[in-house]
Design a protein around this ligand. Sequence first.
Ligand SMILES: [Mg+2]
Length: 299
Amino acid sequence: MQVLIADDDALSRRVLHDVLVDWGYQVIAAKNGNEAWNIMQQDHPPNLVILDWMMPGLDGVEICAMVRQQVKPRYTYIILLTSRNRPEDIVQGLEAGADDYIVKPFNPDELKYRLKIGERIIDLEERILGLARIDYLTGLLNRRAFMEKLEIEINRSLREGTGLGIIIADIDYFKTINDSYGHLAGDRVLQNVARCLQKSCRRYDFAGRYGGEEFILGFPGVGKNRIQSIADRVCMDISQCYTELPQHGQLISVTASLGVACLEDYPSGNPDHLISAADDALYVAKKKGRNQVVIAKPE
Ligand SMILES: [Mg+2]
């Protein structure tokens, strides 16, 4: 993990630097507050920061206050290093937004474990961010996470001139399952279909839950020539995936209708165009009798 340290005193900067490197951290050292602030404004700055309080230019407490006013995608965990140890100083530092403080000269063991606390907070944030991308019922990407991934993959495909196909799969007559067996049974079916879709994906494909009983799959590197056979296979896999309903002592199966669109046919780069093309194709598949694949054709 990267740690940014800022201290205007060359000797204490050196000491701090060396113990952190010893503990396996990658250390970025700033000679004063302004330098530290500039580093924190770059892309992907360290999330763990140790700031000396007293520095020429911006001091540690001012930096804390400025960081807390910013809206950033990731949290910055700040430990204030200070020779001040009166309770009112400590309160001032914490009030400015520091997460923790250590009194100089620091005790290495204490610093080590206080850094571990910071690491735990940062790891926790990472896990929460990860959970925020997952559909709670099926474990697939949620709609927002799928859209983010799709945008990245579309840009990559356009840049590298490789294909990309998407499939929207909607379970046929799903409402009747909920109506006949109850919502828990419906949830089991969704989970089972999600597992089945995940099995149909290669490592670099991505699958999401688009809405209620609607799933969406992305296939990077797949062009018009291959998407049909993939979609046919997915359609068959779904129809052959049985869900056990223990309360009813029954195995049930479902089918799905699939709408497919390829980036080659909709090269605007706008993910919404691709999705609305697949959505229209899905509508046609439903109209034509369900349990089938329809590929979108540009006008
Ligand atoms: Mg100083």
